[in-house]
Design a protein around this ligand. Structure first.
Ligand code: NAD
Ligand code: TDX
Length: 340
């Protein structure tokens, strides 16, 4: 039996939210889920349409709609909050919607959760800690831990950091029954094609040369999305109220290496890509120390072979061309506005 049987999932039609809903429905026959999703460019109702209607209900709406949020939170036992504007490049051009959704939307949700004493899990990112040097000089700069300082460097990560701090304050001041997870870069099925790995896979499939920002030396710590959602479920089931958990899979790779793995996998030469202008303020390196989550939650990443996970991801985009094809031209046109 799951600890919570009625769960409200915000952003459940996006990349990680979809994987979470599908994972929970598959593994917990006694759980019913209501998804609250605005279906922005990043949300897709089709991601959920094959799931049983008596167990998954999609409510199309905004987390900023306090009346709707109040109604839905009142009827649930737990909220898992994924909804966000999630793309760094977009935040550099139009930060306002990030302020509205990531900060004000989170505020609206935690106000309802405290009113109805509902369990709340806030999904966040390792980017709230800023970046690490490419080559660590001291052990405390080696990886992020739960005691790392909040030092966001981008508009996106600043809004996520602000949301984390709101949740922490609501726990302390109002006794909100909340937990937080900060996770590294996810990859896997259903990720929007504006993001690095699916952008390059779908570029290659569309006859467009992959694009690498700057010198390609920036490091990301990759975790398969199914390991991430299993970690969130473990927090809901076994996490301690007020705690923060860092989820990562020890898979630090620089962007050039990841791109060349994709190129090789898809039968192209390792030089078949273009270096393009760097992202302003581009964070150098992220790396997660997930020891606490592993010890306290009895959670371990299962997708420990990145090459195999990447290959499955490539195969997923190859098998689901109709899922992304219609967005490709607009995504690339958006990028072309200021860089290639
Ligand atoms: P995504 O952009 O793929 O999906 C976001 C979802 O939220 C979409 O379905 C969208 O329609 C919905 N949404 C946006 N604004 C909304 C609003 N105002 N009201 C209701 N719904 C709204 O994002 P993702 O990659 O799945 O990320 C999910 C969460 O995980 C985010 O909070 C993100 O910060 C966090 N996170 C992501 C990663 C990653 O690598 N993708 C890593 C760590 C943490
Ligand atoms: O075309 C590209 N070329 C490129 O070199 C794109 C889109 C990205 N990059 C680089 C920038 C980053 O160093 O690849 C790396 C990954 O980029 P993104 O996929 O945009 O992810 P990132 O900015 O690292 O943030 C992601 O992980 C943390 C998610 O988008 C966030 O939502 C999450 O919080």
């Amino acid at each position: 039996m799951a600890k919570y049987n009625k769960i409200l999932v915000t952003g459940g039609a996006g990349f990680i939210g979809t994987n979470f809903v599908r994972y929970v429905i598959k593994n917990n026959p006694d759980v019913q889920i209501v998804v609250l999703d605005k279906l922005t460019y990043a949300g897709n109702a089709d991601n959920l349409k094959d799931l049983p209607e008596d167990r998954v209900q999609l409510v199309v709406g905004d987390i900023n709609d306090a009346d709707l949020v109040d109604q839905l939170v009142q009827k649930t036992q737990a909220v898992v909050h994924f909804a966000a504007e999630s793309h760094n490049d977009r935040a550099l051009h139009d930060p306002r919607v990030f302020m509205q959704t990531n900060l004000m939307g989170t505020f609206t949700l935690i106000e309802a959760a405290r009113k109805y004493h509902v369990r709340f899990h806030h999904v966040s990112t390792d980017e709230v800690y800023g970046d690490l040097p490419l080559r660590p000089t001291t052990p405390d700069l080696d990886k992020f831990t739960t005691s790392s300082q909040y030092k966001p460097s981008s508009p996106y990560s600043a809004t996520k950091a602000g949301a984390d701090l709101l949740v922490r304050a609501w726990v302390r001041s109002f006794g909100l029954q909340a937990t937080i997870s900060n996770t590294s870069n996810n990859y896997g099925p259903y990720q929007h094609i504006e993001k690095f790995i699916p952008r390059q896979i779908t570029n290659i499939m569309s006859g467009i040369r992959p694009k690498l920002y700057g010198n390609g030396q920036n490091v990301r710590d990759w975790i398969h999305v199914l390991d991430h959602v299993a970690g969130i479920w473990a927090i809901l089931e076994r996490g301690e109220i007020g705690e923060t958990y860092l989820l990562g899979a020890n898979e630090e790779l620089d962007n050039l290496t990841v791109l060349q793995m994709i190129l090789q996998n898809m039968g192209l030469d390792s030089q078949d890509f273009d270096f393009v202008a760097d992202r302003p303020g581009h964070d150098l390196r992220y790396a997660i120390d997930a020891t606490k989550a592993q010890n306290d939650l009895n959670w371990q990443p299962q997708y420990t072979d990145f090459a195999a996970g990447l290959q499955q991801t490539i195969q997923w985009y190859q098998a689901h061309q109709s899922w992304w094809q219609a967005d490709k031209t607009a995504v690339e046109a958006n990028y072309a506005k200021d860089k290639q």
